[in-house]
Design a protein around this ligand. Structure first.
Ligand SMILES: Nc1ncnc2c1ncn2[C@@H]1O[C@H](COP(=O)(O)OP(=O)(O)OP(=O)(O)O)[C@@H](O)[C@H]1O
Ligand SMILES: [Mg+2]
Length: 234
């Protein structure tokens, strides 16, 4: 079984289903990317995996354990971390306080993890006393990812980590995501920059109207004429 297996998820908001038999799997140390048009249900799929949305059909397994009924907080304790698409930092708190907030479930010494985050994102160490709301978009995303890493997750979930940043910062963030995956973490991310994201993805999912439309390696999807034409701008 895959390290993360979210199988046959059907569910949505209230009585309206957004996801229809949607399946997402991520192996250990692998980068999996979800792409698809606006409103396809990409963020909804992430919320379902993280337990923020009730699915009435389907199951979520992490490392072989059925966690379908667990709350998001309990999933964090099992090794999941989620960086949502919006409002993912506390703007009026300092960088360091944001990182401390990320560790709220931990009872052990968090200083070593804070230093690890600063070595991964040196700019955050320089700005540790500055309010997160004063940082640039790319730096704020680093705070959000750093905060998620504070729980020492095994699966890091990122919803559009490069939204609103310049192409150079996007490349930098993708390089950092590759570095994080190389440490053995599994990454599941949603990306609007589909071509660039599939380029670094071990596996890609194209979602359309809450359904799996194409699933393959990142390379195979990039080379698929239909995927290129319909989802990658030719
Ligand atoms: N909190 C909510 N309550 C009701 N409907 C919602 C809610 N959030 C999203 N939806 C609806 O669910 C559908 C899928 O939305 P979702 O945010 O998952 O799409 P997405 O693929 O992440 O889009 P985008 O690329 O714009 O981020 C849309 O029709 C949206 O209107
Ligand atoms: Mg979204």
């Amino acid at each position: 079984m895959s390290f993360l297996l979210a199988q046959g998820m059907t569910g949505g908001y209230g009585s309206v289903d957004i996801l229809h038999d949607c399946t997402i799997a991520v192996e250990k140390g692998e980068i999996a990317v979800i792409v698809g048009p606006n409103g396809a249900g990409k963020s909804t799929a992430m919320k379902a995996v993280f337990g923020m949305l009730n699915i009435h059909t389907g199951n979520v397994f992490l490392d072989g354990e059925d966690i379908t009924k667990l709350s998001p907080q309990d999933r964090v304790a099992k090794g999941m971390a989620f960086v949502p698409q919006t409002n993912n930092v506390f703007p009026s708190m300092s960088v360091e306080q944001n990182l401390e907030m990320g560790a709220f479930l931990r009872r052990d010494d968090i200083n070593k993890t804070i230093e690890e985050v600063y070595s991964l994102f040196p700019i955050l160490g320089d700005k540790r006393k500055q309010n997160a709301g004063e940082l640039s978009g790319g730096q704020r995303q680093q705070v959000a990812v750093g905060r998620a890493l504070m729980t020492q997750p095994k699966l890091l979930m990122l919803d559009e980590p490069t939204a609103g940043v310049s192409p150079i910062v996007m490349d930098e963030l993708f390089d950092l995501i590759i570095d994080i995956a190389r440490t053995g973490l599994s990454i599941l991310m949603v990306e609007q920059n589909a071509r660039q994201a599939l380029n670094i993805a071990d596996k890609g999912y194209v979602l359309v109207q809450g359904r799996n439309r194409f699933t393959d390696t990142g390379q195979a999807l990039m080379n698929d004429p239909e995927v290129r034409k319909s989802f990658l701008g030719g």
